[in-house]
Write a protein that binds this ligand. Sequence first.
Ligand code: FES
Ligand code: FES
Length: 180
Amino acid sequence: MGEYQLEINGDSHDVSAPDHWTLLEVLRYRLGLTGSKQGCDKGDCGACTVLVDGQPVLACLTLARASEGRAITTIEGLMPAHLRAGGTGADPLQQAFDRCGALQCGFCQSGMILSARALLERCPRPSREDMRDALSGNLCRCTGYTQIFEAIESAVAEKLHLQPNLRSWEAQRAAQEPSR
Ligand code: FES
Ligand code: FES
């Protein structure tokens, strides 16, 4: 059993957990931060993605102790960080995912959004190719990815004050309905 501290979403947490526990296990089963999902638990799906010093990391393959002294961001930390920076509401990517219907079951969503957040920090105007690369480790069984890419584009457009090429879920549905 190890005793150590982790810095998560700007707060310091005292952790007492077996030395072999992964970061994902500590987040979910010691600290109650269940936004990071336990999908495959072997590095295949990306559902457990968190940011460590701003870089996407698979929490299911990372020993919790190895993250000591580093800045960990989980999905729970995005909105508070956005508010601290003077924003309103959820992180703009979270809002864009909502706006664009970029989720169905939602299991992939926290990992997707954190990978996308890291992408936008290093590349404020990503191409579709950049997005495919950045999200290549995040699997989604539901959406077919189109709305996810559109959500990222919508968040980028909003930040740059451009007219978003928004194809929201409502707009798609309206387009499919016969005219009255
Ligand atoms: S749960 Fe970590 S990659 Fe699938
Ligand atoms: S929304 Fe279900 S796995 Fe992506």
